[in-house]
Design a protein around this ligand. Sequence first.
Ligand code: HEM
Ligand code: NAG
Ligand code: NAG
Ligand code: NAG
Ligand code: NAG
Length: 323
Amino acid sequence: MKIRISLVICVVLLGFLGVCQGGNLRKNFYRNSCPQAEDIIKNKTQQHVSSNPDLPAKLLRMHFHDCFVRGCDASVLLSSTASNTAERDAIPNLSLAGFDVIDDIKAAVEAKCPKTVSCADILTLATRDAVSVQFNKPLWKVLTGRRDGTVSKSSEALINIPAPFFNFTQLKQSFASKGLTLHDLVVLTGAHTIGVGHCNLFSNRLYNFTGKGDQDPSLDPTYAAFLKTKCKSLSDTTTRVEMDPDSSSNFDSHYYPNLLQKKGLFQSDAALLTNEQSSDIASELVNQNKFFTEFAQSMKRMGAIGVLTGSHGEIRNKCSVVN
Ligand code: HEM
Ligand SMILES: *[C@@H]1O[C@H](CO)[C@@H](O)[C@H](O)[C@H]1NC(C)=O
Ligand SMILES: *[C@@H]1O[C@H](CO)[C@@H](O)[C@H](O)[C@H]1NC(C)=O
Ligand SMILES: *[C@@H]1O[C@H](CO)[C@@H](O)[C@H](O)[C@H]1NC(C)=O
Ligand SMILES: *[C@@H]1O[C@H](CO)[C@@H](O)[C@H](O)[C@H]1NC(C)=O
């Protein structure tokens, strides 16, 4: 009853403001149609994480890329075809990985409940479960009921995925275009507390920032010297470095103290300090409990971007191809 009332308030009072985006998603959508779905996904994800510690970062980034292109509709999982280059083969796909894991989870779910659980929900749940492994409990709640899209274009990934060279204005605009706030931007970028980045996406900051062989003054010089020992030249496109040095496999709030010490890896990280409001938010998020609470809320909002529900889209049989 309480839930129904708040839902009504949400829809009636706030819905038109877009505050309740994803209002068609529900808690435990598969309760009746596939009661084991969330457990199967969790068990499988945990198995995969135990043999591949990089997986939480891979899935978290994949989920972000999915949601920012055509909404969270698993379009990122579709393979290219003879006549179409898909999102996963677009330039910002560096280090996208985990496709095989999603396929494996999907197969396990299909074996129990054929044609019932969407790839979009599987990716969203598996992301949460992978990041949560280190905590032994779910770090945030995931609503379900997403359906799968049928279109995936590399050109749309190029347009919609923010680049590591973006300045503050561009980042804010990118998130706003998805219905996300400045606060969401600063909170969600905290995802860079896990995982790695390729040298060529930031080495201009080390070697040729303004085209005069110079260094980015907004990057801590000691940290820049360290990065130069890893990324030896502008042409290095293969070496990867931890985004949150020393704790890059731990999901924690260390991204923020690093950022505040001018040790954010990308220009897009450093850009968060160029605006007073966003740099204030970054200072608040140093507090880990605060970060976890806010991250949970922002992930819920990101996970609701442009979702297909009801009779829209389809439930894909295999995550890499449309039915
Ligand atoms: C604010 C704009 C953002 C930009 C410009 C950005 C850019 C990037 C870039 C360039 C990489 C490195 C890719 C590589 O070299 O392999 C990366 C990695 C990553 N990003 Fe972001 N990102 C942004 C926001 C986000 C968000 C919102 C999330 C998730 C909530 C996220 C999660 C990740 C993760 C987990 C990795 C590590 C991937 C790995 O270890 O393979 N990022 N990001
Ligand atoms: C998931 O794993 C737990 C613990 O190993 C087990 O008790 C449970 O039966 C598994 N559930 C499914 C649906 O596989
Ligand atoms: C990224 O796209 C290229 C083609 O542009 C493709 O060869 C490569 O396999 C893709 N990487 C991933 C991880 O899908
Ligand atoms: C951000 O980048 C855009 C596009 O390059 C540029 O037009 C704008 O002036 C930049 N904004 C700031 C504040 O540097
Ligand atoms: C640095 O950038 C300038 C201007 O884009 C370019 O002419 C020069 O070749 C670059 N230097 C290196 C080492 O790539």
